[in-house]
Design a protein around this ligand. Sequence first.
Ligand SMILES: C[S@@+](CC[C@H](N)C(=O)[O-])C[C@H]1O[C@@H](n2cnc3c(N)ncnc32)[C@H](O)[C@@H]1O
Length: 267
Amino acid sequence: MLRPPYKEYTQFYIYGFRNTHPELRDFDDPDLIGYWEEDGIGVLFFHKPKDELVDSLVKKYNLILDVKDVVPFSEWNERRIPRPFKVGPIRIAPIWYEGEYDLRFDPSVVFGEGMHPTTEMVLNASWDLYNLDPTIEKVFDLGCGSGILTLLWAKLGKKVVALDYNPLCVRVAKHNLALNNLSAEVIEGDVREHLPYEGDLILANLYKGLLLELLGKKEFFSARYYILSGIVYTMCEEIESALAKAPVKILEKREKDNWVCYLLAHA
Ligand SMILES: C[S@@+](CC[C@H](N)C(=O)[O-])C[C@H]1O[C@@H](n2cnc3c(N)ncnc32)[C@H](O)[C@@H]1O
C-alpha cells in the first residue's frame, strides 16, 4: 500500500519465497508495499531494492528465496494501468489522481484495480441493480481483492460483508474503506467455508472452478440476487448447465472482451 513519502507506484521490487512465516504478516518497513501469502508461499513487494534486509529475513525465518524480480508498475496486472473511471455518476480514481472524485482507492499489488472487464461488468451491473431494486440492503463481496466492489456498495449506503483468503487483500480492502471513511466487515477466509451468505446480493468475481463448486452447494442460494463474473466465454455452457439446476433465473448475461457476467435472481 502507499504510505508517505510514496505517492504512487513506479517499480515493484519482488522477493518470492518457497515458504512463509507467520511473523512476516506483521513485518513492516518504510519501503514495504505488502506481503502476499497464498498456498504456503510468500512474496514481499517493496518500492526499492532491499537485498540486505531480505537476506536478514531469510536467516531469521528460515525462508527459501525463490524469485527476485523488478517489475515496472506499468507492466503489472497484464499492463492494466489503474486510471479514473465512472460507475453511473460515481467517479472513482486511484489515490494518486488529483481532482474531484467520489471514491479513491489504492490498488496495491492485488486484483481489483477496476480496469479488468470482469470487474467493470460487476461494477456496472451493480449500479443497474441498485437502481432496479432500491430495497437491497445487505451485500456479500466474495473474493474482494482490493475491495473495489465493496467500496461501491458501501458508498451506496449498503451493509457489506467482504471476504478474501489472501490476507493482503483483506488489508488493502480495509485500507481502502478507511481512505473513504466507509465501513464494511472484511473477513479473511475461504468463501467455501463461510456459507450461507444470508443477504440480498452476492457478488462473485471468481473463477470457473470455484464458481461451479459454489453453484453445486444448496446453501449458496441464500440471497435474492447474484452477480457472477470471472467467466471466459467458452465456459458459459458449463456455468449455464449448473445454473439450470439451481433455484435462480438469469436476468441478464453481459459480455465484454471474451468475458461473461451473469445477473441472477432467486427463482
Ligand atoms: C478476480 S479477483 C476479484 C477482485 C475484486 N472483487 C474485483 O472484482 O475486481 C478474485 C479474488 O478472489 C480471491 N479468492 C480466490 N479464491 C478464493 C477463495 N476460495 N476464498 C476466498 N477468496 C478467494 C482472490 O484472492 C482474489 O482477490
